[in-house]
Ligand binder design. Structure first.
Ligand code: ADP
Ligand code: MG
Length: 628
């Protein structure tokens, strides 16, 4: 029996590990299963290159709870360790046997999927155990070894009588950590961290129903059998080549990832690079609604099939965090802090690769089946518009597939839109005015007025679209977006010709004074316009810039300081060429004039959805009085 000191320079490293190394106690299980997986993969590699003369077989990893003995066992059938190797790999904290193995077998083992590399994982066992045992038998012809350590830097190492190849780790769970002796807790952790690890993991058994024998009677119970309960899928879809997978395989995998999601994803993107970094994965576009709800099913990050986190901030560009799926990369430095992660060059490259890949996929979907792409546009536009706003590269690429739908259900790319409206919607200052509505019902009369002129009206209704318009106005020459109700249509797109006013100067002055008396000036800016006599006599608009600033402030940033608190101000456009205006001027009594103006103002407010409460009741009462 050997006795000795663990080789570390700090006097007692365990309290340190317990307190600071990992914030989360539960990851000990992930680490130990990773080591068991590594041990098995190493053996697989050594047998495949003929360096280990042993039968590889179908090794599994088993997790067992001994509730009475307060012990947790993790058992593998991997390559095991000799006593000498235990001294070397276990007793030297921060010496990684995984890294050494990869170094030694550089060329042949680089794709072996070995997980470990910091040489600290094993000691995470002491976060939950006050005593740890290792019983291990190497594939080499040497006696088994038994290592015991009680959390002090002292250990004992002696021979053991284990005969089957592999390693058993026994954790004596400490007081206060008893939750790790609960079936449900261990199952939860296995599903969270190990669901897609490459070696089958057994946790207990389950009863399987077998087919009834031919000669069984009707009410004979079907025979059953106890089988290993394997908790993982060792070959998840993302580890396969895109050519090996059908559409259904992607959908099935989505369900495996998110068992609680009943909606199908819209489409997927298979990521697969090995130069200049290693990355595989599958991203899914879920159906997103306009309110950008907090999503709970996030992208999951794996390292060699071990779950690491579902906080992918910094690795995936922010606009893509609305997607779902899996990213797996051995190259992402996982055990380091987030701020370091964001500054890491490899991570930046990964982020821009993912952006490019997503843009390419969208482009090819658009090109191969535009109709289908248009049908999905409503569900994916938020991600695309957000991406265009936040990533310059994506903005450029999105030219090819970003769509601008019209109120009539047509979908234009920007270039198509430009060519379609250029002739009619260029104003006298040579500026192209792009008209849009945000709500077909509420802005119906304005939309109709614009369509009567032969203009196209876009339907832009996502919450961040005002930011996007601002960006487009900044990056394209001489264009401007205007919501159809921002002004009278003739003012929105001003052409040279001016309609002649039916009222003379005196009458205009008279009208102006009359309106000033009746219309509350703190709410409405009165504007007299000589328009087509068929155009509405009274019309309420809200200036484009004012409304957009308010909207932008509501969705964060971009707006002018304090705009959100400004009182609502509207324009009241009065069409001096409409017959009603002459009628008002010609009406005898002042009282009747006021009544007509108030009624007209209320009709204009009604058409903008601005008439509410008492004012609405008064309006209805007044209307009944007028028709009786
Ligand atoms: P890492 O996995 O980063 O190398 P660990 O602290 O997790 O570091 O493990 C240290 C070393 O101990 C491993 O590299 C390996 O050589 C050895 N080891 C740990 N667990 C096992 C096991 N179950 N079977 C064989 N060797 C193991
Ligand atoms: Mg490890």
């Amino acid at each position: 029996m050997a006795k000795g000191n663990i080789n570390v320079s700090v006097e007692n490293i365990f309290p340190l590990i317990k307190k600071f190394l990992y914030s989360d106690h539960e990851i000990f299980l992930r680490e130990l299963i990773s080591n068991a997986t590594d041990a098995t993969l190493k053996l697989k590699h050594l047998t495949s290159i003929g360096e280990a003369k042993t039968e590889y077989g179908n090794p599994i990893i088993e997790v067992k709870i001994d509730k009475e003995g307060k012990k947790l066992h993790i058992i593998d059938q991997g390559l095991g360790m000799t006593a000498e190797e235990v001294e070397k790999y276990i007793n030297q904290v921060a010496f990684s046997g995984a890294e050494e193995f990869l170094d030694k077998y550089k060329d042949s083992a680089k794709d072996s999927g070995i997980i470990g590399h910091f040489g600290l994982g094993f000691y995470s066992a002491f976060m939950v155990a006050d005593k740890v045992e290792i019983i291990t038998k190497s594939f080499k012809d040497e006696p088994a070894a038994h290592w015991i350590c009680d959390g002090s830097p002292e250990f004992t190492l002696e021979e053991a009588d284990k005969t089957e190849r592999g390693t058993e780790i026994i954790l004596h769970i400490s007081e206060g950590e008893e939750e790790f002796l609960e079936d449900s807790k261990i199952r939860e952790l296995l599903v969270k961290y190990n669901k897609f690890m490459p070696i089958p993991i057994k946790f207990g058994t389950k009863t399987e129903t077998l087919p009834k024998p031919e000669d069984a009677k009707e009410d004979d119970p079907a025979p059953t059998k106890e089988v290993d309960n394997i908790i993982n899928n060792p070959n998840p879809a993302w580890t396969k080549q895109p050519t090996e997978l059908e559409e259904d395989d992607y959908k099935n995998f989505y369900r495996e990832l998110y068992p609680m999601q009943f909606e199908e994803p819209l489409f997927n993107i298979h990521l697969n690079v090995d130069y200049p970094f290693n990355l595989t994965g599958i991203l899914y576009f879920p159906k997103l609604s306009n309110d950008m709800q907090i999503q709970k099913d996030k992208i999951q990050l794996y390292q060699n099939q071990v779950f690491v986190t579902d906080n992918v901030e910094g690795i995936v560009p922010e606009f893509l965090t609305m997607l779902r799926g899996v990213i797996d990369s051995p190259d992402i430095p996982l055990n380091v802090s987030r701020s370091y992660l964001q500054a890491d060059g490899a991570v930046k490259k990964i982020s821009s690769y993912i952006t490019r890949k997503v843009a390419d996929k969208l482009k090819s979907l658009f090109n191969s089946n535009r109709e289908d792409f248009e049908a999905k546009w409503n569900d994916i536009k938020i991600v695309i518009e957000y991406g265009m706003l936040s990533e310059e590269k994506f903005f450029e690429k999105a030219e090819a597939f970003a769509l601008y739908p019209t109120v009539d259900g047509k979908y234009y790319t920007y270039d198509e839109l430009y060519n379609a409206i250029k002739a009619k919607q260029t104003d006298k200052d040579d500026k192209l005015i792009i008209l849009y509505a945000s709500n077909q019902d509420e802005q119906h009369s304005y939309i109709e007025a614009a369509k009567d002129k032969g203009y196209e009206v876009l339907l832009l209704d996502s919450p961040i679209v005002s930011h996007l318009m601002q960006k487009l106005e900044g990056s394209k020459e001489n264009i401007s977006f205007a919501r159809v109700d921002a002004d009278h249509i003739d003012k929105l797109i001003q052409k040279e010709e001016n309609t002649i006013s039916k009222l003379d100067e005196d009458q205009q002055k008279q009208l102006d004074e009359l309106l000033k008396e009746v219309i509350p000036s703190e709410k409405f800016m009165v504007q007299l316009e000589a328009m087509d006599s068929n155009a509405t006599p009274f019309m309420i608009t809200q200036p484009e810039f004012m409304r957009r600033m308010k909207e932008m402030q509501q969705t964060g940033g971009g707006g002018m300081f304090g705009m959100g608190n400004m009182p609502e101000m509207y324009n009241l456009i009065v069409n001096t060429n409409h017959n009603l205006i002459s009628d008002i001027l010609n009406t005898e009594t002042k009282e009747d004039k006021e009544r007509l103006i108030n009624q007209s103002l209320d009709l204009a407010r009604l058409s903008q959805g601005l008439l509410k409460g008492k004012e609405l009741s008064d309006f209805i009462k007044r209307s009944y009085d007028m028709i009786k």
